[in-house]
Design a binder for this molecule. Structure first.
Ligand SMILES: [Mg+2]
Ligand SMILES: [Zn+2]
Length: 239
């Protein structure tokens, strides 16, 4: 596992303008690839909160086949996952690492999928449920870190997740945000950043979309859209 960065207690605002500028410095490494960022729980595998038992891993239907197709189409594949169970002491890094190893091995053996990277946020939310770090989704830190590590062009990349927090993280990173609606999202706090570029109910349809869009124009950053639809409340102030 990579060494931890800042201590968890460091006070900062993950959404402050200076932080966002810092995170959004251009990636200089070349060549840059499009990427699909994949939320783990409820998107790639069935959501069993805080599970680290490899025997309980169940892929969502079609996920492996879809990833194999997108990898063949030239996309990098990076798993991004909030794991507050680490901060809460529900399981150890070693236990999570073992789960991760089995997950990657099964994707390789069962579907020929080689995952380019796994980014884990080990931190918990603050008392209001907001990220207390730069990486817990809806903050975009994991995507930006992966983009630097793997030479990813965020403007031609997507995040797929099963909650609007995931979608927001994708948009905050400058990528697209796709919702794989498996029924996990129950609150539906809306804002322009949380509005999915597209919503799917199965992996095959999602792969069709991403494959078709991969060679298309870059994303328009959501915060620059001229007129947000009326009636939306700020996701952050609603927190
Ligand atoms: Mg999820
Ligand atoms: Zn974090």
């Amino acid at each position: 596992m990579p060494t931890a960065k800042a201590p968890m207690s460091t006070p900062h605002d993950p959404f402050s303008p200076s932080t966002m500028r810092d995170l959004q410095r251009p990636v200089t490494r070349a060549p840059q690839r499009p990427c699909l960022f994949i939320d783990k729980d409820g998107t790639l595998v069935e959501n069993l909160p805080h599970n680290t038992d490899p025997l309980l891993l169940r892929f969502l239907p079609g996920a492996g086949q879809a990833l194999a197709r997108l990898q063949a189409a030239g996309l990098a594949l990076v798993i991004v996952t909030n794991q507050s169970g680490l901060a809460r002491g529900y399981f150890t890094r070693a236990e999570f690492a073992r789960l991760q190893q089995v997950l990657l091995q099964r994707l390789q053996e069962e579907h020929g999928v080689r995952i380019d990277g796994v980014e884990v946020c080990p931190h918990g939310p603050d008392s209001d449920g907001r990220p207390a770090c730069l990486c817990r989704m809806p903050a975009p830190g994991m995507l930006i870190r992966a983009a630097h590590r793997h030479g990813v062009d965020l403007k031609r990349s997507w995040l797929v997740g099963d909650t609007l927090d995931d979608v927001e993280a994708g948009h905050r990173a400058g990528a697209g945000g796709l919702l794989l609606d498996s029924g996990a999202e129950t609150i539906w706090r809306r804002s322009p950043l949380r509005e999915p570029d597209a919503r799917f109910f199965d992996w095959e349809a999602l792969a069709d979309y991403v494959q078709k869009m991969a060679d298309g124009p870059a994303h328009t950053p959501v915060e620059w859209l001229p007129r947000p639809p009326t009636g939306y409340t700020s996701a952050l102030s609603a927190g």
